[in-house]
Design a binder for this molecule. Structure first.
Ligand SMILES: *Cc1c(COP(=O)(O)O)cnc(C)c1O
Length: 324
């Protein structure tokens, strides 16, 4: 049985940000371009979906159900993956139907997904109802959790670390720190596992973009459970500790998806120095966090830094007003 259904183009580029490095003369800054994975404008969910979609196919399922916000990049990429794999796609999206569909929502619709609006629920609270309904119609649904974040999904980022290690070796680069946006945890858990498996020395700086007022422990529970499963499956001789995947919570005060001066500043800076687009929800926030930490000398001088670009471009078109 296959473990991966091919959806992206790899390796994604590893690019030196020459102008930005000049500007921050004490640091050398690289970017891993997972915004260029290729699936319907790309992003980090492509890597997770290769494992998740193959698991659905291996289980003879014919329909995918997943959930997210209206501007979910995960849902947009899931819709595209379903088209490729000849699966039906149902998306449970938070909020109510808007007058016009734009950004990711527009693309998800174009990619032939069945869209259900679920009010306050954007993290899969309504999975079971739809699962039962579709099952009664004779379909065989497969649930992909919110963000594609479970053990299977995170395997995409275990592979990504292997890919990065090879690029670093070929280009003779040693990195000290990796910054990236973290939300539902699968990317972070995968990078963490990949770091253990492939002995990557860099310190991880996961910038939390999603402020969890009520369930602030649940993300750590999820991270621990994915990492523990990985340690067992890969026979790693280590025990995970809460401390290993501490999220940086300094930049998410405005709440998930709220565009503030921080995100605008980061998006403008990278656009003007490197001609690269960040997104307003994830990478804009994480990149701001990285710049802020560099400016405040929270990272040792002369370090080599990697920013892992995880995609999200379509959401720019949902925030034109705030970003102008
Ligand atoms: C989903 C997403 C993330 C966060 O990844 P998680 O695995 O959910 O933590 C980061 N950036 C972008 C653009 C995303 O769509």
């Amino acid at each position: 049985m296959n473990s991966k259904f091919p959806l992206g183009f790899y390796p994604t580029p590893l690019e030196k940000l020459k102008n930005l490095s000049k500007m921050f003369s004490n640091y050398t800054i690289y970017m891993k371009r997972d915004d260029q994975t290729g699936l319907a404008t790309g992003g980090n969910k492509t890597r997770k979906l290769e494992y998740l979609i193959q698991d659905a196919l291996n289980k003879n399922c014919d329909t995918i159900i997943t959930a997210g916000a209206q501007q979910s990049n995960h849902c947009r990429q899931t819709a595209a993956a379903c088209v490729k794999a000849n699966l039906d796609c149902h998306l449970l999206l938070g909020g109510f139907e808007p007058e016009t569909y734009n950004g990711n929502l527009f693309l998800s619709k174009k990619l032939n997904a069945n869209i259900h609006f679920t009010g306050d629920n954007r993290k899969g609270e309504d999975f079971e109802i739809l699962y039962n309904k579709l099952s009664k119609q004779g379909l065989k649904p497969y649930i992909i959790p919110y963000g594609g974040s479970n053990f299977f999904g995170s395997l995409g980022y275990v592979d990504a670390v292997k890919e990065l290690k090879k690029q670093l070796k070929v280009q003779n680069i040693k990195i000290d720190a990796i910054f990236f946006a973290s939300s539902s945890g699968g990317t972070q858990a995968g990078i963490h596992l990949g770091k253990l498996i492939y002995n990557l020395k860099a310190k991880l700086y996961p910038i939390s973009v999603d402020k969890n007022d009520f369930i602030d422990e649940s993300i750590y529970k999820k991270l621990t459970s994915i990492v523990e499963e990985g340690i067992e499956k890969f026979n790693l001789n280590t025990t995970p500790s809460h401390k290993d995947y501490q999220l940086i919570e300094d930049y998410n005060n405005a709440g998930y998806g709220v565009v503030t001066k921080q995100e605008v500043e980061a998006i403008d800076l990278l656009a003007k120095t490197e001609g690269i687009l960040l997104d307003p929800v994830y990478t804009g926030r994480a990149f701001y966090g990285m710049i802020d930490m560099l400016q405040h000398h929270k990272i040792k001088e002369n370090s080599t830094i990697l920013f892992w670009h995880t995609g999200g471009t379509p959401a720019l078109f949902n925030h034109i007003k705030e970003l102008s």
